[in-house]
Design a protein around this ligand. Structure first.
Ligand code: ADP
Ligand code: MG
Length: 557
């Protein structure tokens, strides 16, 4: 339908509001417009974190000359006409707000041509007003260029994060749309560096491979399921491929990229018991269902949706993923079966035999009393006895604490031990990870990483910190980049790095330990600053005092 201004009764029903929060919001709105116009090729460029320049070109339907100016009017849209249309939105945009909102806070150029025109239209707008208007030819499609975003809004500019952060938002966003539309060819250049290029061949696995690397993409499992309500399809990770945060969960509902707690929970529910605490799956899940089953009109950025039948959708997604997990037999990282293996009874390390073992003593809260190892439980916990009762220690958390302290000490003293790799490893990064890597390279070097660029989004790892030597280096680096990318967290970067290194370098739950190893672990834990908590703040140990034991057994009242 032609572009027209929505009637007030329709406007009053749409969740209107500010759409231009940051440069990535501009990119989002422009990509959505290109997709709505049926483009099969979309080229995105950004410079200076998107503040200097954002440019999105497509080969979509274009806008007829007679309607171009109208497109910049508030509530002018070609996508819905009346209240009924609002009930069954099938396009990504529908509020007619993006172009005018962007033009109000930046300088905007548009060049567009439809297939029936021999010449296209060019408009130049400043502060929302058309200042130049020309005819110019181009192939069918539309190019929108946005310059000097927020220039006249210093307060907003101040609110923006560094260009690197804004770039990484843009990279993430473009990656998500590429995953949602595998049949569309996307390219992204950030500060003139190519950052992403998908082929548009329609294969989701190929897009995943471009974004997350081919090794990861190959290991992903296909999930498919269709019931009366919805069709669910996508790729989901085997349990052995977990990540330390939820950034790798992507959901698309009727091809709209959405943030949905419901869908995240449904996905994670399917992995219940398969992943360790704090681990999350990687999944790209598309859901398609009748437009009437969905309300997309509840949030100005259109990133949130509401399902009419939430429970069925939850169940459907969970089942689709469970079926994918069951179909593929995998050496899973399921928690080890519960078994108690008592090592030999240890002779006390420092307690002399005539010292009462269960003496009730007031212990300073942080320091650890002298402990005697009794055995290992479920290959995960160390059982020890101290002057005041029983101690159950989480071997992973305890080792994490030890490594964390050592890593930070070595770093502070500039005496980081480095471990060279015999064979350099290649790591393929997603566009977003690459932005973080570029920003964090020097910090990583201070901790003993030697990483050099090796092609587009690949890097060669030549050396790593010696204390992380036992770890899966690739997974360790991805987790590190994830944690560094999270700018909301107030933890200083050196602590983030130490935390990630410690977590990956530490012995795992499920690993059988020899008595000497357990004793050594406790000895080293005693020397740390905070032996009772791991760097994430989880306890390293549980203490059952002699008094509590006596009480539980009814020895005392
Ligand atoms: P909405 O997408 O909600 O309709 P916008 O302000 O984003 O509102 O766009 C206004 C109108 O301009 C759209 O309805 C569409 O008709 C037209 N338009 C915008 N971008 C493009 C594009 N890349 N290709 C074709 N038409 C476009
Ligand atoms: Mg739009």
């Amino acid at each position: 339908m032609p572009i027209q201004i929505l009637a007030t009764e329709v406007v009053s029903k749409i969740a209107a509001g500010e759409v231009v929060e940051r440069p990535a919001s501009v990119v989002k709105e422009l990509i959505e417009n290109s997709l709505d116009a049926g483009a099969t090729q979309i080229a995105i460029e950004a410079q200076g974190g998107g503040v200097e320049l954002v440019k999105v070109s497509d080969n979509g339907a274009g806008i007829p000359a007679s309607e171009v100016e109208l497109a910049f009017h508030r509530y002018a849209t070609s996508k819905i006409g009346n209240l009924d249309d609002l009930e069954k939105i099938s396009s990504l945009g529908f509020r007619g707000e993006a172009l005018p909102s962007i033009a109000a806070v930046a300088e905007v150029e548009i060049l567009t041509q439809t297939s029936s025109e021999t010449v296209g239209s060019y408009l130049y707008l400043r502060k929302g007003e058309v200042v130049r208007k020309e005819s110019q030819a181009r192939p069918r499609g539309t190019t929108v260029t946005v310059r000097r975003l927020f220039r006249y809004f210093p307060a907003r500019l101040k609110f923006l994060k560094s260009a690197t952060t804004e770039n990484s938002h843009i990279a993430h966003l473009a990656s998500q749309y590429a995953l949602a539309f595998p049949e569309v060819q996307f390219s992204l250049a950030l500060d003139k560096r190519p950052s992403l290029h998908t082929t548009g061949n329609g294969d989701l696995r190929d897009v995943m491979s471009t974004i997350y690397g081919s090794e990861l993409a190959q290991r992903m499992l296909s999930a498919e399921r269709e019931d009366a309500l919805a069709k669910i399809s996508g790729l989901t990770s085997p349990p052995s491929l977990a990540r330390s945060n939820r950034n790798y969960l992507s959901f698309f509902v009727n091809r709209r990229w959405v943030h949905s707690g419901l869908l995240s929970r449904a996905t994670e529910e399917a992995y219940h018991g398969l992943l360790m605490d704090g681990q999350h799956p990687i999944a790209v899940i598309s859901i398609s269902l009748p437009a009437q089953e969905l309300d997309v009109n509840i949030h100005p950025a259109k990133a949130q949706i509401k399902f009419c039948h939430e429970q069925s959708i939850f169940g459907g997604v969970q089942k689709a993923i469970e079926e994918a997990l069951v179909r593929t037999p995998i050496a899973s990282s399921k928690p080890v079966p519960f078994s108690i293996s008592f090592g030999q009874w240890q002779s006390p390390r420092m307690i002399t035999d005539n010292e009462p073992v269960f003496a009730v003593s007031q212990l300073p809260t942080l320091e650890l009393p002298v402990l005697r190892v009794l055995g290992q439980l479920a290959n995960t916990y160390i059982i020890a006895e101290g002057p005041d009762g029983l101690y159950l220690m989480d071997q992973h958390a305890a080792h994490e604490r030890i490594l964390y302290d050592r890593i930070l000490t070595q770093w502070a003293q500039k005496e980081v031990e480095v471990q060279g790799l015999l064979q350099p490893l290649t790591i393929e990064l997603s566009p977003r990870e690459k932005e973080t890597m570029e920003a964090g390279k020097e910090s990583l070097a201070e901790f003993g990483f030697s990483i050099e660029p090796f092609g587009d989004r690949s890097y060669l790892i030549r050396a790593i910190p010696a204390l992380g030597a036992g770890a899966n280096v690739i997974e360790m680096i991805s987790a590190l980049l994830d944690s560094l990318a999270n700018r909301e967290s107030l933890i200083p970067w050196e602590e983030k790095i130490a935390e990630s290194l410690a977590c990956h370098g530490a012995i795992r739950a499920g690993q059988q330990l020899k008595s000497e190893e357990m004793r050594e672990l406790i000895k080293q834990l005693e020397q740390t600053k905070q032996p009772r908590a791991c760097p994430h703040g989880r306890p390293t140990m549980i203490h059952l005092s002699a008094h509590q034991l006596d009480k539980e057994f009814g020895r005392i009242g």
